[in-house]
Design a binder for this molecule. Structure first.
Ligand SMILES: CC(C)(COP(=O)(O)OP(=O)(O)OC[C@H]1O[C@@H](n2cnc3c(N)ncnc32)[C@H](O)[C@@H]1OP(=O)(O)O)[C@@H](O)C(=O)NCCC(=O)NCCS
Length: 157
């Protein structure tokens, strides 16, 4: 596996999380631009003013201190839900690995570590949303996530 060190994500990682959001939305090829992500509330609320009180996350850095991956949890509300919203007590997880570092175990490492932190904090469950056909589903299944419901993401223009 790629040699990475893991640190706590902070508000200073906003631009990293925005880039991660853009990459995740474009997992199946170019669809959204950064400008669209920043202008779309349903996307921006994943990383804007993050972390709020209970939110937490992790960043993986390569040996040269470059951020190569991130995982972060955000608590949403029924009034302003994320795509994977289940309940206000259940945070929604986002995860991203830089294209050059995918498929080398970094995402699995972050998923494992963030779920351990969540468990230690007494978080009852974690939700996420993933589009049909995304190979990431296999990773989520291996880490115990189970299908809950089908939602539809905003289509790109
Ligand atoms: C999904 C993602 C976070 C996984 O991190 P990773 O470090 O690549 O994953 P690992 O190496 O730990 O684990 C491998 C698993 O990740 C997933 N994966 C690997 N490469 C992937 C890719 N390019 N895109 C999506 N998922 C991928 C698969 O489930 C794979 O399992 P498999 O070997 O059974 O096919 C990362 O690949 C990524 O950021 N992909 C692009 C954006 C994306 O799809 N994000 C998820 C949005 S819900």
């Amino acid at each position: 596996m790629t040699d990475v060190s893991v640190r706590i994500a902070t508000a200073a990682d906003r631009d990293l999380l925005a880039r991660a959001m853009l990459d995740n939305l474009n997992w199946n090829g170019p669809c959204f631009t950064m400008r669209e992500v920043e202008q779309t509330r349903q996307f921006r609320h994943y990383y804007d003013n993050w972390p709020s009180d209970q939110d937490f996350g992790l960043v993986a850095e390569s040996a040269d201190s470059m951020a190569v991956a991130a995982v972060w949890l955000r608590y949403f509300t029924a009034d302003d839900p994320g795509y994977g919203f289940v309940a206000a007590t259940i945070p929604e997880l986002s995860i991203w690995v830089d294209a050059e570092h995918r498929g080398q175990g970094v995402g699995g490492l972050l998923l494992h570590q963030v779920t351990e932190v969540a468990r230690s904090r007494g978080v009852p469950a974690i939700s996420l949303s993933v589009e049909e056909g995304n190979p990431a589903v296999r990773l989520y299944n291996r880490h115990g996530f189970q299908p809950h419901r089908t939602v539809h993401l905003a289509a790109c223009s």
